[in-house]
Ligand binder design. Structure first.
Ligand SMILES: [Fe+2]
Length: 271
């Protein structure tokens, strides 16, 4: 058995993984254990990691093949599968609850973030357990959501999106609003409030109002893990059963740099 340790970080989700140096080759048994742990705990934290970009891309393969990210203006020069999360290149922290890249036919299984420069306070990342959120809904609403699907495209309100990215990635794709986790087998609520331009059969306005109302009712502190970053942390977020958000509550004269990789998953299905 792989010599890894798993320590829970919050009653609902999140676990710190010990005994793994992600910069080194990961054997098949460890890879399997990490994927099972991700499905179970939904957010994995590895402390004290250190990578070159090539090593980081190799590490991400544990959770799936790295996918091209669609805001190419923020990609690392010469490493187009690593996105730079960095306010100094004009980004605003993504403070609304969301899951990543739902405009893809096979959206990411995981978002992987590596803490390169961390401000002395604030600037955390929160992750909410959308499996627990689904389980907490009344049965009638679970049944309603299970019959709904969303039409996903790029965010309408990102004016700096490059034409070439729009051409490649702004293609409508329909996903279920409840999906079955391919590893864990359980159900979770699944949507991106601004990439879902509408819920099938509803108006865009009605769809947006319903999704915002769901977020308001579902996401509570008891299902949310807050990650306070340390330099060298790797946070792996299961995009199939969580939503996440950044916190912009840090001093902008300080640098905050995360390297982001998204690892491709399966096409969402409800079974
Ligand atoms: Fe995100």
């Amino acid at each position: 058995m792989p010599a890894i340790t798993i320590t829970r970080l919050h009653p609902s989700l999140g676990a710190e993984i010990g005994g793994v140096d992600l910069s080194r080759p990961i054997d098949a048994a460890t890879k399997q254990a990490l994927n099972v742990a991700l499905g179970e705990h939904l957010a994995l934290v590895f402390r004290g990691q250190s990578f070159t970009p090539d090593q980081y891309l190799q590490a991400a393969e544990v959770f799936g093949p790295p996918m091209r990210q669609h805001y190419s203006q923020h990609n690392m020069p010469e490493y187009p599968d690593i996105g730079l999360v960095w306010h100094r290149n004009g980004q605003r922290p993504a403070e609304r609850w969301h899951t990543d890249h739902t405009n893809r036919e096979r959206p990411p299984a995981a978002t992987i973030l590596y803490g390169v420069e961390i401000p002395p306070s604030g600037g955390g990342t929160s992750v909410a357990n959308m499996r627990a959120a689904y389980n907490a809904l009344p049965e009638t609403e679970q049944a309603r959501l299970a019959g709904l699907s969303t039409v996903n495209r790029l965010d309408a309100h990102h004016p700096d999106t490059r034409a070439e990215d729009r051409e490649k990635f702004d293609i409508p794709i329909v996903h279920p609003m409840v999906r079955t986790h391919p590893v864990h087998g359980s159900r979770a609520v699944y949507f991106h409030v601004t990439k879902a331009h509408q819920i099938v059969g509803m108006t865009p306005e009605g769809s947006s109002a319903y999704m915002n109302d769901l977020l308001e009712r579902m996401i509570k502190p008891e299902i949310t893990y807050h990650h306070a970053w340390r330099k060298g942390d790797v946070l792996v977020i299961d995009d199939r059963a969580t939503m996440h958000r950044a916190h912009g509550d840090y001093d902008r004269s300080q640098s905050r740099v995360l390297w982001r990789i998204i690892a491709e998953g399966d096409r969402p299905v409800l079974v």
